[in-house]
Write a protein that binds this ligand. Structure first.
Ligand code: ADP
Ligand code: MG
Length: 697
């Protein structure tokens, strides 16, 4: 896949220059300087020879076949070169040139024309507006980056050339080996999705890193990531996490959803590990590239200092790793050589006067205990021991270890040499224990992703014809918001449980409705103009008898007449009261990139303040539905506290899956809320007592 980009037999540089300050020189120089083995053709009508290579006036004058053309000419000249590529039978090109979409409408037009032409000629394009491509195996440095990393197993794709440069510089500074670098630029043709797939196929790549600003085709990206993440970890840093595009939305779900929720959900659902900062991108990359995945969550910490051990233990507490108590056999073995003041529990504190031997023996014992799945070694410089000697011994013990070993040697001057040793021998090393813990945590969650059973989807019977009918009538009336009774119909068509409900225009009608339904009842104003009924005094719960009912009827209608006189009133709803229901909110929104998105949260009036909600991209698998329910902070409230009966989690899951199916079946639903879904005690299901649905033609 994309072979001519990474492993071409011949490369032409169009716009190659003799002037070392020009990009066209730098690219050619990188190709030559970093030992590219194939044929290289500088293209420049004014030169005979560049960097000792024969130059050609144009592509068509080159006598042999060309696999890859790298173009570094001003934007307006690129089209002509593209046509030459077509004539010459070149199928892969990298357009380094800027001056396209990123500059405004004129550039966007140029880019569009270029895209159409390339497609017609069957030419694949990386860029424009990019830094180029590096492949350390070929080796090929078809970029204007300063330097070439060591050959290794990490690959990186990036939407920003500057990020490529930064990662490259880090790789050079820390001797981290890379397989491929791809700067995708404006992604006119080849996008991150295809690049990711090609890295998935590249046998030298073991870890894929990416920097993303936006995604073109969300579902396709998710499918690709799901596939690739089965064999290789994908670690992505996504910028634009704060939600600038927060729009005025009429539903709670709309107000709570931001595009970052969509990315977060999409990453979770396709096994992508998200790095929250450059620092964690680096630290995850180091750990994933050099260490085996932990087989389980048990972490052992070895330290020669109490404080850092406690810090690490705290960080561990915030992660999904467990600081498992050391079992007796292992503790006994440790006691054989550790001083009495040492702690053989976890963190294993081999105390301030720890010697090389003590580090060595302790690590050896810990590595042999298969109940411990990962080791973090902390070190604070002391006079008792030479940090470099400790590092060397860790390196040699790590050679045969089948569990991840990571290190945090704290300080600077006293540990510089040790850190260098770790870098040279592929042992991840961090300045602080927290970074080490989060890297291990990321490895554990990737391990769990790999162990996940195949996703299961459940389909429900639904009366889609009825839904279509309701939507058609709403659109015909030039509305977008469904009124209560319409929303009820939709939910009913999808098999939601609804409370019994009658609309009463008079107190007499209300009385007979209530006696049919049975007291106590709930009364609510029925009006197409009122969004939040209780805000207007339009809801009364626990109406126990006829007298209360008459009073409530009068009270509700008169309050509405005062507070919102222009509101059309259809009557008052008399509704079955659901006892002991815990309120949750479910919703649908649409994300530009990923499509329908499902929200779940604890309901009630504080939902927008607490923002304790979880999102997933539809269609939801059964596991995703379960995971999003458990993900919210207030999940313990649903399980029940202080003797409360647990809520019916299955009922929530069922409702989420039905909603997801509805969102996928009907793209015209742009926003919907079920708020609240009242969740009854375990085994008794959940009831949708209020819903809002907004559609678009
Ligand atoms: P709105 O959101 O427009 O103010 P709701 O229909 O959601 O109106 O009702 C407000 C609150 O009243 C709900 O959040 C819930 O606490 C309670 N409630 C509404 N309907 C019922 C019902 N059928 N059974 C029990 N409680 C209800
Ligand atoms: Mg409500």
């Amino acid at each position: 896949m994309l072979q001519h980009f990474f492993n071409p037999s011949s490369v032409a540089v169009v716009g190659a220059s003799q002037n070392p300050s020009k990009i066209g020189y730098k690219i050619l120089n990188n190709i030559v300087q970093y030992d590219y083995g194939g044929s290289v053709y500088p293209i420049n009508p004014k030169a005979q020879e560049i960097l000792g290579l024969k130059a050609y006036p144009d592509l068509t004058s080159v006598p042999s076949k060309i696999d890859l053309a790298v173009i570094a000419l001003p934007a307006p000249a690129v089209m002509d070169v593209l046509k030459q590529c077509g004539k010459k039978g070149i199928d892969s090109i990298i357009v380094i040139s800027a001056g396209f979409k990123e500059t405004g409408p004129e550039g966007a037009r140029l880019e569009e024309e270029l895209a159409i032409q390339a497609k017609e000629l069957g030419i694949r394009v990386v860029g424009p507006n990019c830094l180029g491509i590096l492949d350390t195996k070929s080796p090929l440095n078809a970029s204007f980056a300063a330097g070439m990393p060591l050959a290794g197993h990490i690959s990186f794709f990036s939407q920003s050339g500057a990020m490529c440069v930064a990662i490259l510089d880090w790789a050079l500074g820390e001797n981290v080996g890379f397989s491929r670098f791809v700067s995708v630029g404006n992604k006119m043709d080849i996008s991150e999705t295809e690049v990711m797939l090609s890295m998935g196929e590249d046998e030298n790549t073991r870890v894929i890193l990416g920097y993303l600003e936006s995604i073109e085709d969300g579902p396709r990206f998710m499918n690709a990531a799901r596939e690739v993440s089965q064999t290789k970890p994908i670690i992505i840093i996504k910028s634009g996490t704060t939600d600038a595009g927060a729009k005025a939305a009429s539903s709670h779900t709309g107000a709570l959803a931001g595009s970052d929720h969509a990315y977060r959900a999409a990453f979770k659902q396709s096994g992508i590990i998200r790095a929250e900062s450059m620092r964690s991108l680096f630290s995850y990359a180091m750990a994933f590239a050099s260490q085996p995945l932990p087989k389980g969550p048990s972490l052992a910490i070895i330290t020669n200092a109490g404080g850092p051990g406690i810090l690490a233990a705290d960080a561990c507490d915030r992660s999904s790793l467990h600081l498992t108590p050391i079992r007796k056999e292992t503790a006994d073995r440790l006691r054989e050589f550790l001083p009495r003041t040492a702690s053989v529990y976890n963190p294993i504190d081999i105390i301030g006067d720890a010697t090389l031997e003590r580090y060595e023996k302790t690590l050896d014992v810990v590595l042999k205990d298969e109940m411990l799945h990962a080791v973090l070694i902390l070190f604070a410089p002391t006079a008792a021991v030479d940090s470099e000697a400790v590092a060397m011994s860790i390196v040699s013990l790590a050679r045969d270890a089948d569990k991840p070993i990571i290190t945090a040697f704290m300080g600077e001057k006293g540990v510089r040499g040790a850190r260098k040793i770790f870098q040279d021998h592929n042992i991840p090393t961090y300045d602080y224990p927290d970074d080490a813990i989060s890297a291990l945590d990321a490895m554990l969650s990737y391990r769990r992703w790999l162990e996940k059973p195949a996703r299961q989807y459940q389909r429900f019977e639904a009366d889609t014809a009825r839904v279509r009918q309701v939507f058609a009538s709403v659109i015909k009336q030039h509305r977008h918001d469904l009124i209560e009774s319409e929303a009820r119909e939709i939910l009913e068509a999808y098999g939601f449980r609804l409370p019994a409900n009658r609309i009463a225009r008079t107190t007499n009608e209300a009385v007979s409705a209530a006696s049919e339904i049975g007291y106590p009842v709930v009364m609510k104003i029925a009006s197409p103009d009122i969004l939040h009924k209780s805000d207007m005094g339009g809801v009364r719960v626990g109406v126990a008898d006829e007298a209360m009912l008459e009073e409530a009827f009068f009270d509700i209608t008169s309050k509405i007449q005062v507070r919102q006189p222009e509101a059309r009133i259809l009557g008052v709803m008399v509704q079955e009261m659901i006892p002991q229901g815990r309120e949750v909110i479910l919703g649908i929104t649409r994300d530009i990139q990923f499509g329908p998105m499902i929200m779940f949260g604890l309901g009630g009036i504080y939902v927008e303040v607490l923002k304790d909600v979880a999102f997933r991209i539809a269609p939801l698998s059964v596991e995703s539905a379960d995971a999003m329910i458990r993900e919210i902070r207030s999940f313990p409230l649903l399980r029940g506290v202080r003797g409360e009966a647990p809520a019916d989690i299955k009922g929530i899951r069922d409702a989420l899956l039905r909603l997801s199916q509805m969102a996928v079946d009907f793209p015209e639903i742009i926003e919907a809320d079920v708020n609240p879904l009242l969740v009854c005690p375990e085994g008794q299901g959940a009831v949708a007592v209020d819903a809002r649905i907004t559609i678009q033609e």
